[in-house]
Design a protein around this ligand. Structure first.
Ligand code: MRU
Length: 355
């Protein structure tokens, strides 16, 4: 893994494919350093997902697509069954990088289906490269459609919207999901206020979302996670919108830890609570959220900031990275196909079929 400085562009593009080389804007170094890691080994790409150099459900999916292409380049063989067998093993390694975001396994399976459909082993490599690029291009187009679908949900001028974690370009191939809806609302001329949580313990909100809003020129106010309830009670927040890592068939939604608390607080205060996500995040194989595996991350993410300890040596810490918000707290789920409303078992199925 080499380090390079990224080129400056207006649109933030955290993932670049430069001819059998995957370049990731290292999100462990933002906002103070913009460093690109350059990857040619699929294991290193999978490790970059585990270490959260790239993170956010759609971005993980795009990275997994390219990781499969890199695996094919390394494992290619003239013997087709052997080639497919080794690709499947590489796919298992990549899919195990993080457990909660459905997009990871979804992208690996999509790439494997393309490989399996190629009768000639010599054409697998170009087919996989093209498919990985298609996943990335589709993601940007889908996010822009999510923004179109959702922008009318943004509050009136002067009222506040609250978002959690990072769901912008950094979490996707470009534009973002929940942050994309906020951006689309601003680009349509809305002048509502924007609040974003810090998102303890990894600080996706403070480090990444605040940086993205600055790049976009959208004024945003950072709040401590624990300030959200008081702000809702005081009338500063009239709408909450977050992303999703996995949405079960009934609308129960896994997202960054703390999302459930925001949804319950929104409900208590009569404030609409929206999820924005591509239909690829909907997992129709799960009837409800009870089947969603929640990632538990290392304790040191809670007991330190960077390398600086924030708790006494030996402190025990528990670090679930996601929680599941029951569908009853969700006012609507914004997908590229439609704004889905309860009952979600029907509206999500229709959106998935229409996408
Ligand atoms: O642990 P992370 O940073 O990968 O978690 C990200 C989130 O929870 C996002 O809200 C979700 O992936 C949607 S990103 C468009």
């Amino acid at each position: 893994m080499n380090e390079m400085r990224p080129t400056n562009t207006n649109e933030i593009r955290p993932i670049r494919w430069t001819g059998w080389r995957l370049e990731l804007l290292d999100q462990t170094r933002l906002p103070h350093e913009q460093v690109t890691v350059s990857i040619t080994d699929y294991r290193v790409a999978a490790d970059a997902i585990t270490e959260m150099r790239v993170r956010g459900a759609p971005a993980i999916g795009v990275t997994a697509g390219y990781a499969m292409a890199l695996a094919a380049a390394e494992l290619q063989s003239r013997e087709r069954d052997q080639f497919i067998g080794s690709l499947r093993q590489a796919g298992e390694y990549i899919a195990a990088a993080r457990p909660t975001a459905v997009n990871l396994g979804w992208a690996v399976r999509r790439m494997l289906r393309v490989a399996e459909a190629e009768p000639d082993p010599g054409s697998i490599l170009p087919a996989l490269e093209a498919e990985a690029q298609r996943i990335q291009q589709e993601d940007e187009a889908i996010n822009r459609r999510i923004g179109e679908q959702g922008r009318a949900l943004m509050p009136a001028d002067g009222q506040g919207v609250l978002t959690h974690c990072n769901t912008g370009a950094l979490a996707t191939s470009a534009f973002g999901t929940a942050l994309g809806v906020i951006r689309a609302g601003w680009e349509a001329g809305g002048r509502f206020r924007v609040f974003n949580t810090e998102t303890r313990p990894w600080l996706q909100g403070a480090r990444l979302t605040s940086w993205e809003f600055q790049q976009l020129g959208i004024p945003a106010t950072l709040i401590a996670d624990s300030a959200a309830g008081m702000m809702m009670l005081n009338g500063d927040v009239s709408c909450v919108i977050t992303g999703a890592d996995r949405i079960a068939a009934n609308g129960d939604t896994a997202n960054k830890i703390g999302t459930y608390a925001l949804a319950v607080l929104a409900n208590e205060n009569g404030i609409p609570f929206y999820i924005a996500a591509p239909t690829s995040t909907v997992d129709l194989s799960l009837a409800d959220g009870a089947g969603i595996k929640i990632e538990e991350r290392p304790a040191h993410e809670v007991t330190t900031y960077g390398s600086a300890p924030t708790a006494p040596d030996g402190t025990a810490a528990y670090n679930p990275a996601f929680d599941v918000t029951p569908n009853r707290y969700i006012t609507g789920i914004v997908t590229e196909a439609a704004v889905c409303r309860p009952p979600y078992a029907e509206s999500l199925r229709r959106a998935v079929d229409a996408a």
